[in-house]
Design a protein around this ligand. Structure first.
Ligand code: MG
Length: 289
């Protein structure tokens, strides 16, 4: 009887000790915003098959919402003239001459080409990534969508800059081209629309200046410090110390992936989305976490 009492008395502290060790309830409870909800809807696809589609909402707004009453289009701002030459302590990743320091995603030589001082994908070339890996950093990237407009929505000048190979800042021809706001130029894909639309015209050079702080994970793989992004598009603030609520990779048409624990560094990756988007003047400065 006394033994049973002891067991009961020790049980609760033991469980609390275990919870403290794993950190699970505390790690998931510390982020109150945005409120993330996930659910599954049975839908019939184009082939007439019924499939389960995952849905996600952030603060009550569906990921990739297109209704302007629920997800308003960011106001249009005309940017001023911008220069962004590398400062003395920058690591120049692309200087307009060659693809040295870059590879395909599997580490093999990249098929991307250098044409007129600009870096471009070719058909089916896949992404291009830096061989050197980076964590928290300041990144400058210049890009131009094709001058000849083809397609619409997500099909017009789609590319992207990925920090640590996975957190995408969308590149898209968003000049007079409406799509879901969390997928237009300057969006953190599926997570955060830009504050304003500072896009230049198709074919014109544009810039992203990105201040990125990497996420931090505990030993159990829980995110304990979320990634943050401050981004200027053509010199205009479009993400203001945005605390990223999870991953940005496609999960389904209205859902993106959650955080998954990873290392301290990863490549800077440029997306090949089947559109000939050009890049130039890419440089980075490493930052402390
Ligand atoms: Mg993209």
């Amino acid at each position: 009887m006394e033994l049973k009492f002891m067991k009961t008395r020790l049980f609760l502290p033991f469980i609390l000790f275990l919870l403290l060790l794993t950190g699970t309830p505390f790690a998931s409870a510390q982020f109150e915003t945005p409120v993330i909800k996930e659910w599954v809807v049975k839908e019939t696809n184009d082939n007439g098959e019924v499939e389960e589609v995952e849905y996600m909402s952030l603060d009550g707004v569906l990921v990739h919402e297109t209704d302007p009453a629920l997800a308003p289009q960011p106001p249009v701002v005309q940017p001023g003239a911008v220069t962004g030459m590398p400062p003395s302590d920058a690591i120049v990743l692309f200087n307009g001459k060659n693809t040295d320091g870059w590879s395909a995603d599997d580490g093999s030589p990249s098929q991307w080409i250098v044409k007129g001082g600009a870096l471009q994908p070719v058909e089916d070339s896949g992404v291009i990534r830096t061989v050197q890996e980076f964590g928290s950093c300041q990144l400058h990237v210049e890009w131009a969508t094709p001058a000849t407009v083809e397609g619409d929505g997500q099909g017009r000048g789609n590319s992207g800059v990925f920090l640590m190979g996975q957190y995408e800042i969308q590149i898209l021809d968003s000049y007079d081209n409406t799509t879901y706001p969390d997928g237009q130029a300057g969006a953190l894909y599926g997570r955060s629309a830009p504050l304003v639309n500072a896009c230049r015209k198709p074919g014109e050079w544009q810039s992203y200046d990105i201040i990125f702080h990497r996420p931090v994970f505990d030993a159990s793989g829980n995110v304990v410090k979320r990634a943050t992004f401050t981004i200027l598009h053509n010199g205009v603030l479009i993400q203001d110390h945005l605390e990223l609520s999870g991953g940005t990779l496609w999960k389904s048409k209205h859902s993106v992936v959650p955080y998954e624990a990873h290392g301290d560094k990863g490549p800077i990756t440029l997306q090949d989305h089947g559109n000939p988007v050009s890049f130039r003047n890419i440089w980075v400065r490493e930052l402390a976490d």
